[in-house]
Design a protein around this ligand. Structure first.
Ligand SMILES: *Cc1c(COP(=O)(O)O)cnc(C)c1O
Length: 227
């Protein structure tokens, strides 16, 4: 089942790339495995998935120990400062940084490990009241503040687009994030590279790829409904 789902998704990604005149290699598929049991993750791994996304620290810790060591783990959920310590040496990318205090803690823990953590800034692109993330008008001052922190490098942005029936409704937000990334790049803020756009989920990844996504986060379409 999972193999079949992944094959179908891979075909869809290729079609979207063709349509948008983009290279397949410029897009990374993250298998969002939250709540899913290990055998299903292993099936996805066998097929070729090496990037897995989780939204709970405890689940990353447990799965990290049991999965092969060449997996890249992505923290895609809201992260509490007191839990940064336990994942700092386990994850490749934290997608959900939305406060200075969280960025400071990541910086501190990375420096203690003498390493550098790659992060994305989460943006609340549609200004939905129930979502985490910075408003666009807060972004530049935020980036200027965190650009001074050692031990972290800002590599791009993440959005969770609104839940919609028709994915075309989200195209405007994907476009907006791409434009924002171009604007920010032109400001040349120290320590801020904006190469990664983490946008697109099961319902809207086709549109997200057409609009410039570099990381798509897909759960349900790979693994089926969550447990
Ligand atoms: C759960 C989750 C996903 C995957 O959503 P699907 O609709 O199941 O593909 C992607 N991104 C984030 C941040 C999530 O929490």
């Amino acid at each position: 089942m999972i193999i079949q789902n992944l094959t179908t998704i891979e075909e869809t990604i290729s079609e979207s790339c063709k349509k948008a005149n983009r290279l397949r290699q410029d897009i990374t598929l993250i298998a969002v495995s939250k709540t899913q049991p290990l055998p299903l993750l292993l099936e996805a791994y066998e097929w070729g998935c090496r990037d897995f996304g989780e939204n709970k620290v405890q689940e990353i810790i447990e799965k990290y120990d049991k999965m092969p060591k060449d997996v890249c783990w992505h923290m895609i959920g809201h992260l509490q400062r007191n839990k940064v310590k336990s994942i700092i040496d386990k994850v490749s990318l934290i997608h959900s940084v939305d406060s200075l205090r969280l960025a400071q803690e990541i910086s501190k823990q990375a420096l203690l490990k003498k390493s550098k953590m790659s992060i994305l800034v989460e943006i609340n692109i549609a200004l939905e009241p129930n979502k985490y993330g910075l408003a666009i008008n807060e972004l530049v001052s935020f980036l200027e503040e965190i650009s001074e922190l050692k031990g972290i490098s800002v590599e791009g942005f993440m959005i969770i687009a609104p839940f919609v029936e028709n994915s075309e409704e989200n195209r405007q937000y994907f476009k907006k994030l791409l434009k924002l990334s171009v604007d920010i790049k032109s400001k040349n803020i120290d320590n801020v590279i904006v190469d990664i756009l983490s946008m697109g989920m099961s319902g809207d990844y086709k549109v997200a790829i057409e609009e410039g996504s570099t990381l798509i986060r897909i759960g349900t379409s790979i693994f089926g409904p969550r447990q």
